[in-house]
Design a protein around this ligand. Sequence first.
Ligand code: C2E
Ligand code: CA
Ligand code: CA
Ligand code: CA
Length: 276
Amino acid sequence: SKDLGKNNFHFFTEKLNDEIQEKIHLQRLMSSALEEGHFHLYYQPKVDIKSNKIVGCEALIRLIDPIHGLIPPDKFIYLAEENNFIIPLGEWIIEEATRQLKSWENTPLQDLRLAINISGVQFKDKQLIPTLQDAIGKIDKNKLEIELTESVLMTDFDDKLDIIKKFKDLGLRLSLDDFGTGYSSLSYLKKIPFDTLKIDKSFIDDLQNKKDQSFVNMIVTIADELELDVVAEGVENKEQLEYLKRMKCEQYQGYYCSKPLPAKEFEALFLDHTCH
Ligand code: C2E
Ligand code: CA
Ligand code: CA
Ligand code: CA
């Protein structure tokens, strides 16, 4: 009936309104969080499979709000990308990661590599290259690695390739994240000077499955042929690690070693040598 339609519409606008309100709320929360220091980088170890030693880490952002507690990136990165907040946030991430690397100089953690994630939207930032240049002026430049997903490369490829070449000119290392989940991985590998391939977690989840084993084997072989490092993501148990070892995959990341940790806890884990 007419009434029902009206109610539905009413319901629809209320729901839409809620979503808009929530976005506005989150938007405000993010800008004040940046000013007040409520964003934090957590660090997840990258482990050398042969030696079981922690050889690097990935910085993953967290928002720790005094009222709402810990908010994971899946809840806010999309919005930060939508409204370009990822640009100032991304600059903070680069600076914070550099501060961390700097603080590890002349400590047992001095050889660790640190990777940060860069979003496609950050390529619009005219300050991106100057910010990176500034940052690595303060540290050993090949310690800082940039992780890019294939989805970043799907639009404006030529413009992005120009910027990626500048990353390399600066001496940064470059990693292809979530490898195997995009559309034209192989052509990206041909055109872009990556140093590392990260095998997406979806291939690691069911490694007892013959088909997934074949995919992982193929990726490890490609990496070997192209002389790239290879890292398996999302390793959660010993069985997965055993398969990866047999396949001669070099490094892994995953809860089996550790979740992403605040800097102090990551440092303690490194000093403890507790990754199996
Ligand atoms: P990603 O770059 O693929 O990061 C890996 C995600 O997998 C992280 O989630 C990590 O905590 C999670 N993970 C690692 N090992 C395991 C495991 O063994 N099991 C399971 N179930 N999960 C595992 P997180 O930290 O929630 O980040 C999610 C995504 O948010 C990231 O995916 C990345 O796309 C984005 N992100 C995180 N930090 C940043 C950042 O600083 N900048 C940008 N642009 N994006 C970020
Ligand atoms: Ca990543
Ligand atoms: Ca990933
Ligand atoms: Ca992933």
